[in-house]
Design a protein around this ligand. Structure first.
Ligand SMILES: O=P(O)(O)OC[C@H]1O[C@H](O)[C@H](O)[C@@H](O)[C@@H]1O
Length: 546
C-alpha cells in the first residue's frame, strides 16, 4: 500500500483557493455568464499558430483562469516544461529523458542529451527514411521476384500502431493512391488474415514496428507474415530481405528476427512509444504521404512545441486545455472527456488519443510514491461528427453525467461538395450552443408543448465545450493538433504530480498471459489460479478439444 498524499497537491494554497473559487461559481449558468459579458467570447478565445480555440463555453470566469494559471505556477509548470525540452530524466520511474520534441526540431537546431547534440542523428534517420520511401514509391526497391512494391503492411501495436493508423487516415487526402497501406496490430489471427488476404506477397512489404521488438502481438504477427511471404514466394529465405524492414530501438532483436540492420530504422530510448509517431515509427506515414508532407507534419509539431514553450500561460493552447481538463476532473467530478472531430479524416483521432491520454495519466501514485487523493486522467473517448450526434449525444445533452467536449472543426473541406461543409460546420456550432445554453422550461412551454412532455424536452444546458476552429486539415495542422494534446497531457501530469511517461499498469496482464499460454496449450497441467480463472482455462481446454 502506498502512503496517502496528505501533504501534496490538495494542501497547496493554490488548490485551496481554487476550491473556494469553485464553491462560489459552480452553480452559475453559462447563459448567465454570456448575458453578463458581451465580450466573453473574445476574452476566452486564443488565436495562435493557425488554430483558434474558443473556450468561452466553459464554466469559468476571468478569475478561474487566473487561479488555474496560479495553480500551474505553483506546480512549477514552466520549470517542468524546460526540464522536458532540455532532456532531463523526467520519466523518473524508468529513469529516462522525454525528448519527443527533438524528433521534430529543424536540422539546424541543437539539443544536447548526455553531452551530445541529438538533432543530427534524428535527421540522419529522417534522411534514410526519405531515401527508402522514394525508392519504394518510384519502383527502384524491388521485391524478391523483381516486382515493385504496391502494398505496405505495418505490423505494430499501441504506440507503434495507433499514431501511424490515425495519421494515415487523417492524411489520406495527401497520400499516394498507388500504394495500398494496411495496419495489423491485434494478436487475433483475423487481423493479419483480413489485412493480407487480397495481397500478392511478391508486391508486399512489411514494416515491423516495435520499440522493444519483444511485444507478443507484434512478434507473433511478424512471424506469421514471414511464413505467409515465404509460402507465397517458394520458401526462399532470401526473400525476407526484400520484403521486411524494421523500426525499433533494439538492433539485436531485429537481427535475431532475421531482418538486415541495413533495413532498420532506429529511434531512441528517450522517445516513449506513444510519442513515437513522428520518429521512424512514422515510416508508413511517410510512405503514404511522401517525405515533403511528412516534413510539414513535423514542422506543425515543432510550431506547437515552440508555442507551448514560449507563450504565456493564459495564451498557451496546451496549457489552457490541460488546465481545463484538471478543472473538470477535479472540481466538477467529470470522469470523461469527449473528443469530437468534425472531419471524417480524423475518425481515428479519438482512438489515438486514448493511448496518449490514458496510458500517460491513468496513474494513482505520485512521483513521491504516495497515493493520490484526487482524480487523475479522465476517460477520453469520441467519434467523428456528425455520426456521434445520432448515437450518444443524447446522453451528453440530457444525461446525468457532465461531459466536457472538445469540438474540432475545419472551415474548408478537402473534398468540397455542394453544401456538405456548411451543414457539417452548422452542426458542430449548433452542438456547442445547445450544450451551453440548453432550453428552459419556459421556452419549451412557449412552443406549445403538451404539459406532460415539458420535462422531457427541457435541456438544462451549462454543459461545457471547447471549439477548435481551423482553416483546413493539412499535415502541419495535424502535427499541431497532436502536439497540442501531447502537451495538454503533460500539463495535467505536472499538476497531478505523476509520471506521465511510464506505463507499469500494462505489465501485469502481459506477465499473466505468458503463464496462461502454456496452460491453454496443455491438456492437463495443474492450474493454480483463483477458481474463476481456473474454470475459464479448463473450459477453453475442453471446448478446444471437442
Ligand atoms: O513498440 P513496442 O515496444 O512493440 O510496444 C508497443 C506498446 O506496448 C506496450 O504495451 C505499451 O503499453 C505501449 O506503450 C507500447 O506502445
Amino acid at each position: 500500500m502506498t502512503a496517502t498524499n496528505a501533504n501534496g497537491l490538495t494542501s497547496t494554497d493554490a488548490w485551496k483557493s481554487l476550491s473556494d473559487h469553485f464553491e462560489q461559481i459552480k452553480d452559475k449558468h453559462l447563459r448567465q455568464w454570456f448575458a453578463e459579458d458581451a465580450d466573453r467570447a473574445k476574452t476566452f478565445t486564443v488565436d495562435a499558430i493557425g488554430l483558434t480555440l474558443d473556450y468561452s463555453k466553459n464554466r469559468i470566469n476571468a478569475e478561474t483562469v487566473q487561479q488555474l494559471t496560479r495553480l500551474a505556477e505553483s506546480a512549477q509548470l514552466k520549470q517542468h516544461i524546460e526540464a522536458m525540452f532540455k532532456g532531463e530524466k523526467i520519466n523518473v520511474t524508468e529513469r529516462r529523458a522525454v525528448l519527443h520534441t527533438a524528433l521534430r526540431a529543424p536540422r539546424e537546431a541543437k539539443i544536447e542529451f548526455e553531452g551530445e547534440n541529438i538533432v543530427p542523428g534524428v535527421h540522419e534517420v529522417l534522411d534514410k527514411m526519405s531515401g527508402f520511401c522514394s525508392r519504394v514509391t518510384d519502383g527502384r526497391w524491388k521485391g524478391h521476384t523483381g516486382k515493385p512494391i504496391r502494398n505496405v503492411v505495418n505490423i505494430g501495436i499501441g504506440g507503434s500502431d495507433l499514431g501511424p493508423v490515425m495519421a494515415y487516415e487523417a492524411l489520406r487526402h495527401y497520400s499516394n493512391r498507388n500504394l495500398t497501406l494496411r495496419y495489423v496490430s491485434n494478436v487475433d489471427g483475423t487481423d493479419f488474415f483480413e489485412a493480407t488476404r487480397d495481397l500478392d506477397p511478391a508486391e508486399t512489404l512489411f514494416i515491423v514496428s516495435s520499440k522493444t521488438f519483444t511485444t507478443l502481438e507484434t512478434m507473433t504477427n511478424a512471424r506469421s507474415a514471414r511464413s505467409w511471404l515465404l509460402s507465397g514466394l517458394g520458401d526462399d529465405e532470401s526473400a525476407v530481405a526484400k520484403h521486411f524492414v524494421a523500426v525499433s530501438t533494439n538492433a539485436e532483436k531485429v537481427k535475431e528476427f532475421g531482418i538486415d540492420t541495413d533495413n532498420m530504422f532506429v529511434f531512441w530510448d528517450w522517445v516513449g512509444g506513444r510519442y513515437s509517431m513522428d520518429a521512424a515509427i512514422g515510416l508508413s506515414t511517410m510512405l503514404a504521404i511522401g517525405p515533403k508532407h511528412f516534413r510539414e507534419l513535423l514542422d506543425g509539431f515543432h510550431e506547437m512545441d515552440q508555442h507551448f514553450r514560449t507563450a504565456p500561460f493564459d495564451q498557451n493552447l496546451p496549457v489552457i486545455m490541460g488546465l481545463l481538463t484538471v478543472w473538470y476532473a477535479n472540481f466538477f467530478g467529470a470522469s470523461t472527456v469527449a473528443v469530437l472531430p468534425y472531419d471524417q479524416y480524423l475518425k481515428r483521432f479519438p482512438a489515438y488519443l486514448q493511448q496518449l491520454t490514458m496510458e500517460s495519466n491513468g496513474k494513482s501514485t505520485t512521483l513521491a510514491g504516495t497515493r493520490v487523493d484526487y482524480d487523475t486522467s479522465p476517460i477520453f473517448w469520441g467519434e467523428p461528427g456528425t455520426n456521434g450526434q445520432h448515437s450518444f449525444y443524447q446522453l451528453i445533452h440530457q444525461g446525468t453525467h457532465l461531459i466536457p467536449c472538445d469540438f474540432i472543426a475545419f472551415v474548408n473541406s478537402l473534398n468540397p461538395r455542394g453544401s456538405h461543409q456548411d451543414y457539417l460546420v452548422a452542426n458542430v456550432i449548433a452542438q456547442g450552443e445547445a450544450l451551453a445554453m440548453g432550453k428552459t422550461q419556459q421556452q419549451v412551454k412557449d412552443e406549445g408543448t403538451e404539459a406532460e412532455l415539458i420535462p422531457h424536452r427541457v435541456f438544462e444546458g451549462n454543459r461545457p465545450s471547447n471549439t477548435l476552429l481551423i482553416d483546413r486539415l493539412t499535415p502541419a495542422v495535424l502535427g499541431k493538433l497532436i502536439a497540442l494534446y501531447e502537451h495538454s497531457v503533460f500539463v495535467q501530469g505536472v499538476i497531478w504530480q505523476i509520471d506521465s511517461f511510464d506505463q507499469w499498469g500494462v505489465e501485469l496482464g502481459k506477465v499473466l498471459a505468458q503463464q496462461i499460454i502454456p496452460e491453454l496449450q496443455s491438456t492437463d497441467s495443474p492450474l493454480n489460479h483463483d477458481s474463476s480463472t481456473n474454470q475459464l482455462i479448463q473450459r477453453y481446454r475442453e471446448l478446444k478439444s471437442s
